[in-house]
Design a binder for this molecule. Structure first.
Ligand SMILES: Nc1ncnc2c1ncn2[C@@H]1O[C@H](COP(=O)(O)OP(=O)(O)OP(=O)(O)O)[C@@H](O)[C@H]1O
Ligand SMILES: [Mg+2]
Length: 354
């Protein structure tokens, strides 16, 4: 244990050494995403209706086979683990088999490990079943998934499956048809805000409103990213403000991008181009710039509806070209020119009559 304390103190060098003595060393070792991983279904934020459904399952037992799908960092693994804990409580160790993408999950494992766990006799409270958790199930080969089909049916008396994946279309149809599919949405800004403020409070983070808004802006509904960025900003700068967050996340600052867009709205080509140049020289890639342009345009309240729609259309086309491989400043310059043109008088572009 002594050795453990020493390592942890040395890795947290420069971060309030006084606190090291007050708190257990383990607290410093853990990233906040793990430290603040909700343990019960009640603590998980967002996707309220789906979580309610899981709570009913946790209360009544008789868990169906389930697939939870959705984008990264929104609480899929967390929900399944919380559900397993709620269902099995003290029997968690004997009653749950957890396999994720880091484990070998080829067809042999399905035949041996999963099958033998399903056959194993475990005494559980009435109405409870053993649970096999297959996290990141979309990375399982089709062969392995095929091998699961019959196992799922044969042992469904005693064993249920819970799968988590990012893309449910990577799960073969026969398995989908055996499961209740729950789809998780990205978390809303309000939900992220609530959780971030809770964590700030517990960790004693100093922040301002703009800093939290920046965290929400950069994480795009991904709670894991938001919490990680919060921790990186706090440990790097000891303060969470907008500038600090954008330095850590290394995304174009939305205020600068908004300035660029405003210049476009006024038809000030030179100003817009020099703002673009600044971003380019700062080293942002074309994708970073286009994506930020889109997100800032979407949230800009001062734009009138027509201009906003036209801007989004143009930015969309540019994004497509950039993804096709033409990610040069000329491409972005062309976009800026088109955006400027949208708000300039058409007469300006008429050719002089002979
Ligand atoms: N809905 C949520 N409520 C509270 N915390 C959350 C939520 N979603 C994610 N988190 C935080 O993010 C971390 C990662 O969440 P989780 O492992 O559940 O993501 P995931 O959806 O399984 O992502 P992936 O698809 O990458 O596996 C958790 O440890 C937790 O700290
Ligand atoms: Mg996961």
């Amino acid at each position: 244990m002594d050795a453990f304390v020493t390592t942890s103190a040395s890795t947290s060098k420069g971060k309030q050494p006084a606190k090291v003595q007050e708190e257990p060393a383990v607290a410093y070792e853990l990233p906040w995403v793990e430290k603040h991983r909700p343990r019960t279904l009640d603590d998980i934020v967002g996707n309220v209706e789906t979580i309610e459904r899981l709570k009913v399952i946790a209360r009544d037992g008789n868990c169906p086979h389930i697939i939870i799908s959705g984008s990264p960092g929104i609480g899929k693994t967390t929900s399944i683990l919380a559900l397993a804990r709620a269902l099995l409580g003290d029997n968690y160790k004997e009653g749950v088999l957890e396999l994720n993408a880091s484990d070998e999950r080829g067809i042999d494992v399905v035949r041996d490990r999963i099958k033998s766990f399903a056959q194993k006799k475990v005494t559980l409270p009435p109405g409870r079943h053993k649970l096999i958790i297959l996290d990141e199930a979309d990375s399982m080969t089709t062969g392995a998934q095929q091998a699961l089909r019959r196992t799922m049916e044969l042992y469904s008396n005693t064993t249920r499956f819970a799968l988590a994946c990012n893309q449910s279309n990577k799960i073969i149809e026969p398995i989908q048809s055996r499961c209740a599919i729950l789809r998780y949405a990205r978390l809303s800004d309000k939900e992220l805000l609530k959780r971030l403020l809770e964590i700030c409070e517990v960790e004693g983070v100093k922040y301002n409103e703009e800093g939290i808004t920046a965290l929400i802006f950069t994480s795009e509904g991904d709670m894991r990213q938001a919490v990680n960025n919060l921790q990186s900003t706090w440990s790097g700068f000891n303060f969470v403000g907008a500038d600090e967050v954008f330095k850590v996340c290394d995304q174009p600052h939305p205020v600068k991008v908004e300035g660029l867009l405003k210049a476009c709205v006024k038809g000030q080509v030179d100003k817009a181009m020099s703002a673009l140049d600044d971003l380019w020289v700062a080293g942002y890639s074309a994708v970073d710039i286009v994506v930020t342009l889109f997100r800032v345009t979407k949230g800009m309240e001062s734009l009138n509806e027509f201009i906003k729609l036209e801007f989004i259309r143009e930015i969309g086309f540019c994004h497509m070209r950039v993804l096709e491989g033409v990610s040069t400043i000329v491409q972005l310059g062309g976009l800026i020119a088109r955006l400027c043109k949208l708000s300039m008088k058409p007469e300006l572009f008429e050719l002089p009559k002979p």
